[in-house]
Design a protein around this ligand. Structure first.
Ligand code: HEC
Ligand code: HEC
Ligand code: HEC
Ligand code: HEC
Ligand code: HEC
Ligand code: HEC
Length: 195
């Protein structure tokens, strides 16, 4: 009777030890599998900015070429400014210096480039469904400003949208857009004409 009890107790004890050991082993196994905490990426929270059809090359590489964001502060305290590395257009000229050179040597510059927001009046800095990262379809983009008389430096520029809406006959190339005849940035010719 006493022997049976002893066997019973020992059996339970071994069983208990087995369980405890297993759970330790399991814990060890588990913690050995745990990777060091992954640092989140900018795109984990901002993927909506880059989901359009065509992506600006530097956006595919890293955000820091344009945003000097303090990661820890940003993710702990939330939004705190764009922190652009430079103002626009200087920011863009960092990499598009060919265009910058053009704009210093070409006679007529499209006024809008000198205005507030400069390049991003027409281009999305991240991604776009349109060609050349345009914010709108090219013709709609031009007409979004040229739907009124625009005036600067004592010059008046006609309301092209009204001309097109009222016209009986539209010159066929205009149907296909404006850059068939105009340069979007600058030109040595009057009216930003290509030739
Ligand atoms: C080529 C430069 C450039 C790169 C690279 C870039 N950004 Fe931007 N970003 C800008 C500019 C310029 C603005 C300001 C846009 C405006 O004012 O309309 C901006 C604005 C933003 C904004 C404000 C919201 C918005 O839609 O305007 C967020 C968020 C942002 N960027 C996140 C990112 C992230 C994340 C990346 C990397 C995946 C990135 N940016 C890469 C230039 C850049
Ligand atoms: C854990 C999520 C998270 C991560 C990771 C993250 N952001 Fe943000 N970010 C936010 C939130 C939330 C906002 C505020 C709401 C918004 O504009 O989307 C914001 C806003 C911004 C803005 C706009 C600030 C403003 O004042 O309009 C920029 C620029 C930006 N983030 C850049 C970055 C960059 C660059 C990285 C990577 C270095 C990054 N974010 C990583 C969550 C995040
Ligand atoms: C860190 C470098 C860098 C910066 C800063 C930068 N770009 Fe770019 N951009 C590139 C590269 C690389 C390409 C792709 C190669 C090329 O076409 O020159 C490109 C291409 C483009 C294109 C053509 C896209 C296409 O689909 O053909 C446009 C438009 C553009 N960038 C506008 C801008 C604007 C506007 C800014 C400022 C807000 C800017 N870029 C700032 C590097 C940069
Ligand atoms: C009035 C609208 C407008 C403004 C403002 C503008 N762009 Fe453009 N950009 C365009 C259009 C339209 C194209 C496409 C031209 C084509 O396909 O022939 C273009 C094309 C480009 C390209 C592709 C290469 C090329 O020349 O075709 C780059 C890079 C570019 N722009 C950068 C810039 C930068 C940097 C600024 C600011 C200094 C800027 N753009 C301002 C409308 C604009
Ligand atoms: C964000 C507004 C804006 C957009 C978008 C825009 N423009 Fe302009 N455009 C202007 C302003 C401002 C002027 C200067 C008007 C003036 O000085 O009388 C101008 C002037 C012009 C001129 C007359 C230039 C001259 O020397 O007489 C032409 C041509 C022109 N734009 C064509 C275009 C074309 C083509 C597009 C599309 C690729 C376009 N614009 C998109 C604002 C814009
Ligand atoms: C077939 C070539 C052609 C096409 C396409 C074209 N233009 Fe023009 N545009 C011209 C010529 C030529 C002039 C200058 C002569 C004139 O207006 O009498 C001009 C002048 C302009 C001016 C200056 C008007 C002024 O009062 O100074 C603007 C702005 C303009 N175009 C915008 C546009 C827009 C926006 C589009 C697209 C919807 C467009 N153009 C399409 C040839 C064209």
């Amino acid at each position: 009777m006493g022997k049976k009890l002893l066997i019973f107790v020992l059996h339970k004890l071994f069983f208990l030890l087995f369980i405890v050991n297993q759970s330790f082993a399991f814990n060890n196994y588990d913690s050995s599998r745990e990777k060091p905490e992954e640092t989140p990426k900018c795109s984990d929270c901002h993927s909506n900015l880059t989901e359009k059809k065509s992506k600006h090359t530097p956006v595919k590489e890293n955000c820091e070429s344009c945003h000097k964001v303090n990661f820890k502060e940003h993710t702990e305290n939330g939004s705190n400014g764009l922190h652009l590395a430079e103002n626009i257009p200087a920011l863009c000229y960092n990499c598009h210096n060919g265009l910058q050179n053009d704009l210093t040597t070409i006679k007529n510059i499209h006024q809008v480039i000198k205005n507030k927001n400069s390049c991003i009046n027409c281009h999305n800095p991240h991604s776009s469904d349109e060609d050349k990262l345009l914010v709108l379809d090219e013709k709609k983009l031009c007409l979004s400003c040229h739907n009124k008389e625009v005036a600067s430096n004592g010059k008046k520029t006609a309301n092209i949208n009204r001309i097109l809406t009222n016209a009986k006959v539209i010159h066929p190339p205009v149907e296909n857009g404006c850059i068939a005849c105009h340069k979007p940035h600058a030109s040595d010719n009057n009216y930003l004409l290509i030739t």
